[in-house]
Structures are given as C-alpha cells and as structure tokens.
Write a protein that binds this ligand. Sequence first.
Ligand code: SAH
Length: 196
Amino acid sequence: MSSWEDAYKGTPPWDIGRPQPAFVELVHAGELTKGLVLDIGCGTGENALYLAENGFSVVGIDLSNRAIAAAKEKAIERKLKVNFRIANALSLDFKNGYFDNAIDSGLFHTFNDNDRVDFASEIARVLKQDGRYFMLCFSDKEPTNWGGPRRITKEEIETTFSPFFDINYIRDAYFATRIHNNGGRAYLTSATKKSG
Ligand code: SAH
C-alpha cells in the first residue's frame, strides 16, 4: 500500500474539508475561465467540488483509492457532478489538448527532481494551447521545523515550468492545513501553456 493510501486512513493535515482559499479567490477574480478543468492530485475533492458548484466541468484525479472513494461520496451527498477517477499524474491517459485549465493544490511540492520534469510536460500535454495551470505549493518562506513536503523557491518553479509554459506570476499565498492557524506560507503560480 502506498504512503498516500495510508495517509487517507485518517484525515491528513491538508484535508481541510473546504476548498483552499487561494482557489476560491481565483474563481472570484475570474481568472479561472469556464470550460473543462483538471484537478490534479485532487485528494478528497474539495477544490473540484467547489469548481463544480460554480459551474465548471471538472475531472479530478488522484493515485489514492481511498481519496477518490471519499470524493465520489461527497459528490453524491452534495448532488454535484465531478468525474473523479484514479490516475497517475505522471502518465495521464487523456489526449493532447483535452483541458482548458488545470489546478494543482499541493501535488507539485511532493515530487522529486526527476518527477518534476515529467509532471510539467504531462500537464502541458493535456492542456489546450493557451490553457492555464494554477499551482499552490509550500514556499521557501515556510519554516521547516514541522516537517511536511518540500519547500519550493520561485527559481525552481521557473526552471521546471518555463520550458512548457509562460509564467504569468508567482505570488505569495497561504496553504490552509489542519495544523496551521492561518495556513502555511505558499506560492500561487499562474502559467499559460506556450504556443507551438
Ligand atoms: N489537492 C488535494 C490533495 C493534496 S495532497 C487537497 O488540496 O486536499 C497531494 C495529493 O496528491 C494526495 O491526495 C496524493 O494521493 C496525490 N498524489 C500523489 N502523487 C500522485 C500522482 N503521481 N498522481 C496522482 N496523484 C498523486
């Protein structure tokens, strides 16, 4: 059993039972344009369900059976339609240019250096030209004393994604968790798939 599957035996620190405020703000600001959205590493689905509630068509994928089962249950309870399914973000079975936008709430910061490259190219592959990728990860401003996933610098984000994307911004943000009062220090990245 994977460590992700183990994490979902209980309630992991990132599974806050509501959408991440950073993504709620993106919707309010109109930055996420309507169309088909991929929530990559969707966990138990709060962000995907929030988008569905706001009129988006959403596919949510995650490696963990438990997480996907929980997400599907929530969708039924809340009478919302999201296509939740088990899949590996590093080798997606969607055709090229399938999605208008993709969101990533806390997945990128879990990858090792090699996987980062495969991940960035997979996301770009499944996005339409000019499709956008919005990513929330812990930043290098978040203390490391409590453990948790890797802290990411702006330079690392640029190095990983700029071969495939034009980076619109990398902004200071917060990643809400069950162990922080006001969230951990994070970066919110907006990137547009390069043409050609
Ligand atoms: N986005 C969710 C979960 C964040 S935790 C939220 O905001 O609550 C990271 C998630 O990525 C976990 O659910 C984990 O199971 C999933 N994950 C890790 N590696 C993955 C991979 N290679 N492909 C798909 N999902 C993955």
